[in-house]
Design a protein around this ligand. Structure first.
Ligand SMILES: [Zn+2]
Length: 329
């Protein structure tokens, strides 16, 4: 692959590699290069693997000098390519949240769930079937666990809210944070005057607003100068973006609770989608983005649908927890 425009240096030896998933600048694979060795944070899908290998070649890192593949979580746009990639990286170990580790070693259930939601043909075309990673190459990272790349130390933090099996990574060298989907989604097309707009991802089925607020507060307390998102890449101006995310988690919650009381259960899905569309379009306009509403909708269509579905799942889980329980015997 001669074209290297899909690789950008994002500062301090961190490179954003465009995974090719969905559209340009949608799904980032971050490659950290230190002392001629590399760590890869999130892998994209199966079809992203050739890009990652081309990026390593362009960066002058041979496959056997990749020490780590780190998954922020096992959603398939982050981890679908992990097993395929590990087969190409003979010395790499795979770091993942303890709750994510079983899905990496035995991806069958994750894949069956994906096939159930999308159908086999779409699932295959969108993500590709994952392959297992041998258990002896997988390292489950508890909260506070660290890993090292040529002396550069990274700390893993348990980061629930978007998913229960999510970890974020703090770079000990720069203080920057790799946040996966936990510090929201921020497409560069929605930047206004160089300022990023970000919104929380409430993708099904483990969105938890209380946990997400706590995780956001924990990330903000670290005072990182930059946060790297999978969708898409480096965000500076972290306190401002963090305040927006916290405000929008509250807004998602209010929107869901209001919708639940105002419409019949069979109309709830549609109502949540309409309200999520209205909320995000209003926020993008208030941010100062000058794109036409239809262009914004074009960029956010999938997120609006997934966020609404995630709120729906959260309401259903909540109703189950709140339901009166039979008297204990
Ligand atoms: Zn995710």
């Amino acid at each position: 692959m001669d074209d290297t425009t899909f690789i950008r240096h994002a500062g301090d030896g961190v490179f954003s590699v465009d995974s090719g998933y969905v559209r340009p600048r949608f799904d980032a694979i971050h490659v950290v290069v230190e002392g001629g060795r590399a760590a890869i944070v999130d892998t994209g899908t199966r079809d992203s693997v050739p890009r990652t290998m081309a990026a390593l070649e362009a960066l002058g890192v041979p496959p056997e000098r990749v020490d780590w593949v780190i998954l922020t979580h096992v959603h398939l746009d982050h981890a679908g390519g992990a097993g395929h990639l590990m087969r190409r990286l003979p010395a790499a170990r795979l770091a993942v949240h303890p709750r994510g580790a079983p899905h990496v070693v035995s991806p069958e259930r994750l894949w069956a769930g994906t096939v159930e939601v999308y159908g086999r043909e779409t699932a295959e075309a969108t993500y590709g079937e994952p392959v297992p990673v041998p258990a002896d190459r997988v390292v489950a990272m508890d909260d506070g666990a660290t890993l090292e790349l040529a002396g550069r130390r990274f700390e893993c933090l348990d980061a629930p809210g978007h998913a229960r099996h999510h970890l974020v990574l703090r770079d000990g060298e720069t203080g920057h944070v790799f946040a996966g989907d936990t510090f929201g989604i921020s497409y560069r097309e929605l930047d206004a005057d160089g300022r990023a707009f970000a919104f929380p991802s409430s993708t099904p089925v483990q969105f938890d607003p209380d946990a997400l607020r706590a995780t956001l507060a924990r990330i903000l307390a670290l005072e990182p100068g930059a946060v790297f998102l999978t969708h898409w890449s480096r965000i500076d101006d972290v306190p401002r973006v963090g305040a927006t995310l916290l405000r929008l988690v509250d807004a998602y919650e209010s929107l869901a609770l209001a919708a639940r009381t105002e419409v019949a259960p069979e109309a709830l899905g549609e109502r949540l989608e309409r309200d999520m569309d209205a909320l995000l379009l209003r926020e993008v306009a208030a941010h100062g983005c000058t794109l036409a509403p239809d262009a914004v909708r074009g960029l956010l269509e999938m997120d609006i649908r997934l966020n609404a579905a995630g709120l729906h799942a959260w309401l259903q889980a909540r109703a189950r927890t709140d339901a009166p329980r039979p008297a204990a015997r």
